[in-house]
Design a protein around this ligand. Structure first.
Ligand SMILES: Nc1nc2c(c(=O)[nH]1)N[C@H]1C(S)=C(S)[C@@H](COP(=O)(O)O)O[C@H]1N2
Ligand SMILES: [Mo]
Length: 216
């Protein structure tokens, strides 16, 4: 179960990315775990909750799991850091859940799919390049340090993409849309960088270079 440390190390090497546990430029260490999001905390409704994969799927069909189905998918663990663009970082959480690789394997995208939009409750969304979504450290987390997520932190499922700023990981995820072209998500439309690499301090959309995001 889970990802070996070797595999994690190799994934890091291949991206030439700093080790977990390091602080990106302009970030400070946070003790404890603040709650940060836009809008109200959604109530979990187990009977109607679904995790859907749709858009440019290989078969053209939509895939969906109910909560029980999602919780019985193969599980993985990743230890990683969370970097909020408001400058706090939380280092060294052990996230448990379903890796994005598992979702990609069970609900494969069409070959033309280049980006994903991850959708959460109340229409919150964030867009990712396929390679960032598919990264070996990207995980749909249900647990942190062995405990189920609290509702404020995204119960039942949040995305964690440790090599990007934390807004790229929606809490209360309900679906993934495979896309054949890039489109901006919620914060990416509202002044935040389309890619959001904390090591390059890609905080705001005005910093985007040509080709890093769709027209604003
Ligand atoms: N659905 C949703 N997910 C979200 C956000 C949000 O506004 N809505 N904010 C993001 C931001 S900016 C951060 S820093 C993290 C914060 O996660 P936390 O509240 O568990 O610390 O959630 C991310 N996920
Ligand atoms: Mo954030």
């Amino acid at each position: 179960m889970g990802q070996s440390e070797n595999e994690q190390a190799r994934a890091q090497e291949s991206r030439n990315r700093p080790e977990p546990g390091a602080l990106p430029p302009g970030q400070r260490l946070q003790r404890g775990w603040p709650v940060l999001h836009y809008g109200p905390v959604p109530r979990f409704k187990p009977l109607t909750w679904e995790f859907q994969v749709f858009g440019a799927t290989a078969s053209g069909d939509k895939h969906s799991w109910d909560h029980e189905g999602f919780m019985t998918l193969p599980r993985a663990e990743v230890t990683s850091d969370l970097h909020c663009v408001t400058r706090f970082s939380m280092l060294g959480s052990r996230w448990g859940g379903v890796s994005t690789a598992t979702v990609l394997e069970l609900a494969p995208p069409a070959p033309e799919a280049t980006h994903v939009m991850v959708w959460a409750e109340y229409g919150f969304s964030s867009n990712l390049r396929m390679e960032d979504f598919a990264d070996a450290s990207s995980l749909f987390a249900t647990h942190r340090n062995g405990d189920p997520l609290t509702v404020e932190h995204g119960f039942p499922v949040r995305l964690v993409v440790p090599h990007l700023y934390a807004w790229k990981g929606p809490k209360w995820v309900r679906g993934v849309e495979y896309m054949t072209a890039d489109r901006r998500g919620f914060w990416e439309e509202r002044g935040y960088h389309n890619i959001g690499d904390p090591w390059a301090e890609q905080r705001y959309s005005y910093q985007e270079q040509p080709g890093e995001g769709p027209e604003l």
